[in-house]
Design a protein. Structure first.
Length: 179
């Protein structure tokens, strides 16, 4: 059995991360990990505190670990809708600080590819989303890009309409599968 390649889809709100994660999982006949923050906010409301972000981080990691354990022998890809970098950026943007335990998880978790979704899709209103203005979403996109430039894992910007995004993402995934 080949080792599982873990591919993270990150980016600002309303950039098609969940849609792309589901499409990629369907294309490659594998699983994907949903963003736990949505589940948490739907259950607990949108008035969150600094401490809640570590709870969200733990839920995200537990879901990732469960999905990894659930893969069948012939599934060697796992798509992950957001990771600890997303929670780090969120925490620093809202609270100007990040829980050290989240930073420890960033150091300990290893991934094979990051797909960074650009903020060029139209905003889709959602009660859980906070930043409808394009300027903020573009600023957050650049935070993610700065992080990815400084780490060693391959990454690719995914932009364009939904069809273009899927094509670019498949090309990026196929490239790491051939390594």
């Amino acid at each position: 059995m080949k080792p599982v390649k873990k591919i993270v889809i990150i980016g600002p709100e309303s950039t098609g991360k969940s849609t792309l994660s589901a499409q990629l999982a369907a294309h490659y006949n594998t699983l994907w990990v949903k963003e736990y923050a949505r589940e948490f906010l739907e259950t607990h409301g949108t008035r969150y505190r600094f401490e809640d972000l570590y709870t969200i981080a733990r839920g995200q990691l537990q879901n990732e670990d469960r999905a990894l354990a659930s893969l069948s022998k012939n599934q060697n890809l796992l798509f992950i809708d957001t990771d600890m970098y997303v929670i780090k950026v969120w925490s620093e943007y809202v609270f100007n600080r990040c829980d050290n335990r989240i930073l420890d998880e960033i150091a300990n978790r290893k991934y094979d590819l990051y797909l960074l979704c650009a903020a060029d899709l139209p905003w889709v209103a959602d009660a859980l989303r906070e930043y409808p203005d394009l300027a903020t979403r573009e600023k957050l996109f650049h935070y993610y890009k700065d992080i990815l430039v400084q780490q060693q894992v391959p990454w690719q910007i995914i932009d364009g309409d939904y069809d273009e995004r899927l094509k670019k993402a498949i090309q990026a995934v196929d490239a790491i599968l051939s390594i």
